[in-house]
Design a protein around this ligand. Structure first.
Ligand code: HPA
Ligand code: ZN
Length: 334
């Protein structure tokens, strides 16, 4: 099964580029930028990655991002992730970035987006990996800051396909961002939002009702509301699920209790993603393997996660058809 999963062509739809900062690169960038880290060794860093909920992770994650200063830093971060994609046979990836994490520290929007974009362009040429970029608003910040960010993004519309919403779910409802999402979709951006990660199932309904989103990030708490699960299945509303993240942040006690396979079998369009792999202990193959080790599944069911991701992606229909054909052939021959 490991070989089948490793070589299966995969599509990632929920990946925070800041969450791919491995301790080794964190130290390298800190040295390059004369920044003192509160850690002495790689082990020290990994020891700090003992989270008990979403907020305890976010505190460390924002601290790590402080080493990212120059366009080259953002390029190096993104390129390192793309090499992991190549290793895991991820053929298409839709990447989140958090502009406010950087603009709040005095780094310009242009520096961030250009560094990431240049790595993504190089990956099309040199690695054969395609991608899209999704700009997330931080929900713990206010509406005005989100509007400022939206305005900064307008001259980079050619590089950004969608807006998203991440950071602390509890206490920061979708309603806080209804107007900024309306403005963003009017500008032609597609929209997604984190909801129902550790917050209630009603947050998923609210995000769908208020934000004009075409998929939900996480959304695993939908299982608390059976009628919502039925609606999600009927509408084929995609959920970008992140199994290892959910265990690390204690959304589920263990992988055996994770609901992703049950949702798959109810025809919900669930996908497997890595979220913040440097912090949660695994990239795409690791996430697929963790689910497969805890739940007995056929190869066709495992491949269905990729069929769902192709269906849920923001690529043109012709390209979706091409990827579907490649995956069908892979499943038939393996
Ligand atoms: N949830 C909310 N905010 C985030 C996450 C997440 O899983 N990862 C990075 N920012
Ligand atoms: Zn996320």
């Amino acid at each position: 099964m490991k070989q089948f999963i490793q070589s299966l062509p995969k599509v990632e739809l929920h990946l925070h580029i800041e969450g791919t900062l491995e301790p080794e690169l964190m130290f390298e960038l800190a040295a390059r930028n004369n920044i003192t880290l509160p850690f002495k060794s790689f082990e020290d860093v990994r020891d700090a990655y003992n989270f008990h909920n979403l907020q305890s992770f976010l505190d460390i994650y924002y601290q790590g991002a402080n080493v990212l200063i120059t366009e080259q830093d953002f390029f190096d971060l993104t390129w390192a992730y793309l090499l992991r994609c190549k290793n895991d046979n991820v053929v298409h990836t839709e990447i989140f970035f958090d502009p406010q994490t950087h603009t709040e520290r005095g780094i310009s929007f242009d520096t961030v987006v250009n560094g990431i974009h240049n790595a993504l362009s190089k990956a099309v040429e040199e690695l054969g990996i395609t991608s899209q970029l999704i700009m997330c608003f931080l929900r713990h910040l206010d509406e005005e800051s989100a509007f400022t960010t939206l305005n900064q993004s307008l001259e980079h519309k050619d590089k950004i396909v969608a807006v998203g919403l991440d950071s602390s779910e509890n206490g920061n409802p979708a309603s806080k961002f209804e107007r900024v999402f309306k403005a963003a979709t009017k500008e032609g951006f597609l929209a997604v939002a984190h909801a129902g990660e550790e917050g209630e199932a009603s947050n998923i309904r609210e995000a769908l009702d208020l934000l004009q989103i075409t998929r939900i990030d996480h959304g695993v708490r939908c299982s608390d509301d059976e009628s919502l699960v039925k609606e999600l299945a009927m509408q084929r509303t995609p959920l970008t699920v992140c199994p290892l993240s959910n265990i690390k942040l204690k959304v589920f006690d263990n992988m055996e209790e994770h609901n992703i396979v049950a949702l798959l079998r109810k025809n919900v369009c669930v996908t497997i993603n890595s979220d913040d792999p440097a912090y949660f202990g695994g990239y795409m193959t690791d996430n697929f393997m963790a689910v497969s080790n805890a739940h007995e599944m056929s190869k066709a069911e495992i491949a269905q996660f990729t069929f769902n991701a192709i269906e849920a992606s923001f690529i043109p229909q012709r390209e979706k058809n091409r990827l579907m054909m490649i995956n069908k052939a892979y499943l038939e021959n393996n």
